[in-house]
Design a protein around this ligand. Structure first.
Ligand code: HDE
Length: 732
């Protein structure tokens, strides 16, 4: 059946042309080696289906949508000063297409960025799952990943404090498999039926549509305090996980418990984890707020640049595996999506590596039209009865219908189309792209010899539901009592943070709750915080001018877990991090040094941005456009001292005091600051107001080499959190 080009046949595009071969010529299943062949081919499915759809306009004449060459700069008029004619098909087509350029933005997760890549399995995992993409060591599967924030609309700023979407599509040789996850391993609610309530509470106020992409308002915290299942996710979002340094510096989680099913039908419960190879890193809140204004595209730019520079990000895909009969063994319910399985109870098993290495060619065609569904699963993987997951299985299909203007053929859009053949009796609908030759589109049929055949567990490698899923019970419109503890794991999370991170959580809560207008909502919030920790409640209450309630110790404990803190580890790689070299365009000495710094840093993949008063060779950015938000560390080059201190006043080329401000902000936000030479070191001390001697993350050296070494060490630490004030009267 496959002829000379087996590889090509597996792509959907060629499938359109080859369907006759499938329906009329020998049936694939008639070939006894079909399955073996398909497996073999699956390992080679690397051809980019999207290539076939790319339009190259270079060296072409303009044409209409139906192909006729034409010019489209003037409408057809009755006389040069007369009205435009209805018969102007060129005008009508152009304007009509423009009028229909938008599809509804996602109701949630509207703001995002995507990239292509590859997943490579470390081994043959058939001992735990029949999923073919995990079927052998080195097996490669194309992926498309979209990262997002949740609450903001499509044009909102990247660095809004939020849970972040982490949706991955695997184009496996047995169909598309999506992990539609987040960067936080738990969710706000436990039953999908409450999702509209959550989102209505979090979204801008319906009268004035304020605030955009923010939860610092009454309705959000009213809901949080009335629905305590939100507490766990809320605490994560208030920590550095809510404001990651980049999409590359965050983990991803499937959140729900899923199932792995083996060929023999046996199954286990699993949770998906994507562990970042770049290390976890976050911004600090004030910085994130300023970035939102300075560069609303901060995260999408970062992802794009990293990939373009050959530093595509990587994640290790892992699972936690638990026996079917252990769903209630850990003191919480594995069907409850507000719970993590602490890594101490079920270690991560690394399955393979995902690398993103190709940017989309067209944002709309690929990223905007990517339509993920938790219901896209493949043989060897199965759902659980988690009521949040169950509801999502309906919601995403329904959403995609809405986003595709009601048409059911959205799976045929190139970014959504599987890399494996599609044969079924689904027909017609808006935007049908396939030309089905089978005129007997029903089962059972004899007129088409019974094709397409039904594939099941034993025949045709069909999908099968885990046989061990036994579901029975009385109908109840209620959650299980095993979902009732909303506080113990919140405390586990909080206990596991460093003191500085705990302070960041408190600061974030002070920020958010200070925006609340309603006194009762504030008190309700304190009551919930108090169930997690009296110390947290007290520290938030003091900022609100309120009394904290008396301790409510039912859920207090001192347990900790690993894998949740951001700041307790150094970064495994500093490649792609950015160092701003504060130089002077008018000092040859500083420019020579900037050049040397660039050379040395680039050896480790660190990106150097040289800042000067005016653009010229060797200067990348002007002080009029520069800001501390653009760098992970800054260094004053020898010869640029005049721009600081009194010299800061001197120029109309940039806002007053800007060079010094870059230094001060960098220091305040915990970044490494450095200087080459004694004079620059003195300026650094004076501007920042800190003694270099013994100060962490402050590097002053006479030689460029020493500065590079010190700054690189600082980049690994990423932020020196000791510079942030900690509440003195905290407990513990
Ligand atoms: Fe979503 N979610 N969600 N969600 N979600 C959507 O689907 C929904 C939930 C997540 O980059 C929507 O295609 C319900 C959990 C991501 O395209 C919508 C519930 C998790 C994305 C929807 C949840 C997520 C979405 C909007 C409660 C983490 C973006 C547009 C039961 C495990 C995917 C769309 C992308 C998007 C519904 C809860 C992650 C409306 C009803 C839990 C990453 O269908």
């Amino acid at each position: 059946m496959h002829g000379s080009s087996m590889k090509r046949l597996l792509t959907w595009a060629t499938l359109v042309g080859s369907m006759s071969a499938v329906t009329q010529a020998a049936c694939p299943y008639a070939d006894p080696n079909y399955l073996a062949k398909r497996e073999e081919e699956g390992q080679q499915v690397t051809e980019d289906i999207l290539e076939k759809y790319k339009v190259d306009d270079s060296n072409a004449y303009m044409s209409s949508d139906v192909g006729g060459p034409m010019e489209d700069q003037n409408s057809l008029k009755a006389g040069s000063r007369g009205p435009t004619l209805l018969e102007d098909f060129i005008f009508r087509q152009k304007i009509q297409h423009f009028d229909h350029e938008r599809i509804p933005e996602r109701a949630v997760h509207a703001r995002g960025a995507g990239a292509h890549g590859t997943f490579t399995s470390y081994a043959d995992w058939s001992n735990i799952t029949a999923a073919s993409f995990l079927g052998s060591a080195g097996k490669k599967t194309p992926v498309f990943v979209r990262f997002s924030t949740v609450a903001g609309s499509r044009g909102s700023a990247d660095t809004a404090r939020d849970v972040h979407g982490f949706a991955t599509r695997f184009y496996t040789d047995e169909g598309n498999f999506d992990i539609v996850g987040n960067n936080i391993p738990v969710f706000f609610i436990q039953d999908a039926i409450r999702f509209p309530d959550l989102i209505h509470a979090v979204k801008p106020s319906p009268d004035k549509e304020i605030p955009q992409a923010a939860t610092a308002h009454d309705s959000a915290w009213d809901f949080f305090s009335q629905q305590p299942s939100t507490m766990h996710t809320l605490f994560w979002a208030m920590s550095g996980h809510g404001i990651p340094r980049s999409f590359r510096h965050m983990d991803g989680f499937g959140v729900h418990t899923f199932r792995f099913v083996k060929e023999d039908g046996s199954s286990k419960l699993i949770k998906w984890h994507f562990k970042t190879k770049q290390g976890k890193a976050s911004l600090v809140w004030e910085e994130a707020q300023i970035v939102a204004g300075k560069n609303a595209d901060f995260h999408r730019q970062d992802l794009w640049d990293a990939i373009e520079s050959g530093n595509g990000p990587e994640w290790e895909l892992s699972v936690q595996i638990v026996d079917e009969d252990k769903a209630l063994a850990f003191g919480f319910d594995l069907l409850d999506p507000t719970k993590i399985i602490p890594e101490e109870l079920a270690p991560l098993v690394p399955l393979g590596l995902m690398k993103l290495d190709r940017n989309p060619t067209n944002y709309f065609a690929e990223t905007e039209q990517a339509m993920y569904q938790p219901g896209h699963i493949v043989r060897g993987i199965d759902f659980t009865e988690d009521p949040l997951l169950q509801g999502r299985l309906f919601s995403y299909l329904d959403t995609q219908l809405n986003r595709n203007q009601g048409g059911p053929n959205f799976e045929q859009i190139p970014i959504n189309a599987p890399r494996s053949p599609v044969h079924n009796n689904n027909r017609d609908g808006a935007g049908q792209m396939l030309i089905h030759k089978n005129i007997y589109p029903y089962t059972p049929n004899t007129l088409n010899n019974g094709y397409p055949l039904q594939a099941n567990q034993t025949q045709g490698k069909g999908f099968f539901t885990a046989p061990n899923r036994i579901v029975d019970g009385r109908l109840v419109r209620a959650l299980s009592p095993t979902f009732d503890d909303h506080w113990s794991q919140v405390r586990l999370f909080y206990n596991s943070l460093t003191t500085a991170e705990q302070q960041f959580v408190i600061n974030a809560m002070r920020f958010e709750t200070s925006h609340l207008l309603n006194e009762q909502v504030k008190k309700n919030v304190l009551a919930q915080l108090n169930r997690v920790s009296n110390d947290v409640a007290k520290r938030v209450a003091v900022a609100l001018g309120l009394e904290a309630p008396a301790p409510d110790p039912t859920f207090y404990h001192d347990n900790v877990t690993s894998g949740v803190s951001i700041f307790n580890e150094t970064l495994p790689t500093i490649a792609t991090l950015r160092v701003g070299v504060l130089a002077s365009s008018f000092s040859d000495k500083s420019l020579a040094q900037a050049r040397e710094l660039r050379e040395r840093f680039s050896k480790d993949g660190v990106v150097v941005v040289v800042v000067g008063e005016v653009l010229k060779e060797g200067v990348d950015q002007t002080y009029s456009a520069a800001d501390a938000t653009g760098y992970d560390a800054v260094v004053i080059a020898d010869g640029a001292e005049g721009l600081f201190g009194d010299g800061a006043k001197g120029s109309s080329l940039f806002p007053k005091g800007r060079p010094g401000q870059i230094l001060v902000d960098s220091y305040r936000w915990g970044k490494t600051v450095g200087a080459v030479g004694d004079e620059a070191g003195r300026v650094l001390e004076e501007t920042v107001g800190v003694k270099v001697e013994g100060a962490e993350g402050v590097v002053v050296e006479r030689e460029v080499g020493g500065v590079v070494e010190g700054v690189e060490e600082g980049l690994r630490v990423f932020r020196f959190v000791g510079r942030f004030a900690i509440d003195e009267d905290r407990e513990g």
